[in-house]
Design a protein around this ligand. Structure first.
Ligand code: NAP
Length: 241
């Protein structure tokens, strides 16, 4: 049986590594970042062309199961995979790393609501870590932003006063602490991405008493099967026989 693994995450790479020697698996990446970390085994790159394109691709490639290990905020890809698999009756599983406990964070449902929270609380020096596509909602803000992203955002989607840092995790506690101190940050804005690669910023913010605005995850499509660990996903595939 051939398995499509929708990846682009550390969990996707770990699952490909765990399975590739015993299962015919093809990983798929969106192709957003230059020089991505590649999973072991066969990899295809780029969109499928919406849900219709995905449905065709699944049939053409004789895919027998799909594991969606995309980023927890990749809601469009997740919705397309759930729909195409339901229509074609292909076994389908979402591997979603556990969310972070938001603790005392100001939890909001979107980037727009996060920008509103920054304005409402009068935060003036904000560490913005919501990624390339997450800056647009802040473009009209008068606050100053330290923006960290993997690839450069559209200049039109940037706030007037900012400094841009292009980098890729994992990040360590000491570095995050130093960065927030150096820039006199008074608020951290983050998605609830979960996982260890980028969680040090939360610990550093807590240590410095810096408030956190956290964008909650989009809900999974109704009725999809989901697991939280690579081991559980590997077991699920193996059990398909
Ligand atoms: P998305 O909005 O769900 O996907 C948009 C389109 O990209 C999909 O419809 C699909 O195109 C294509 N696509 C996405 N993942 C794919 C995959 N694994 N293989 C093939 N095609 C794929 O997802 P996104 O644009 O990747 O990101 C959405 C949000 O998640 C953003 O806010 C982004 O910042 C966040 N994200 C963060 C990270 C991170 O490491 N921090 C990584 C990924 C995403 P077609 O419709 O043409 O098939």
């Amino acid at each position: 049986m051939r398995v499509l693994l929708l990846g682009g995450t550390a969990e996707g790479r770990a699952l490909a590594k765990a399975l590739h020697s015993r299962i015919d698996i093809v990983s798929s990446l969106a192709g957003r970042v230059p020089d991505p970390a590649l999973p072991v085994g066969p990899v295809r790159v780029g969109g499928f062309g919406g849900v219709d394109g995905l449905r065709r691709w699944l049939l053409d490639e004789r895919i027998g199961a799909v594991i969606d290990a995309t980023h927890p905020f990749a809601a469009t890809m997740t919705a397309h995979a759930a729909q195409a698999c339901a229509e074609l009756q292909i076994p389908h599983l979402v591997l979603a790393r556990p969310a972070w406990d938001p603790g005392d964070a100001i939890v909001v449902e979107s980037d727009t609501k996060a920008a509103e929270a920054v304005a409402r609380h009068d935060f003036s020096r904000v560490f913005l870590t919501t990624g390339r596509s997450g800056t647009r909602a802040f473009a009209g803000s008068d606050s100053w932003f330290l923006i960290r992203a993997v690839t450069e955002p559209d200049p039109a989607a940037l706030p007037r006063r900012h400094q841009l840092v292009l980098s890729r995790g994992p990040y360590r506690y000491d570095g995050e602490l130093a960065l927030m101190r150096e820039h006199r940050i008074d608020a951290l804005v983050t998605k609830n991405s979960g996982g260890q690669m980028t969680r040090a910023k939360l610990d550093a913010a807590a240590a410095l008493g810096i408030p956190v605005v956290m964008v909650a995850r989009p809900p999974l499509p109704a009725g999809v099967a989901a697991v939280g660990s690579v081991e559980q996903a590997a077991q699920w595939v193996t059990g398909l026989g």
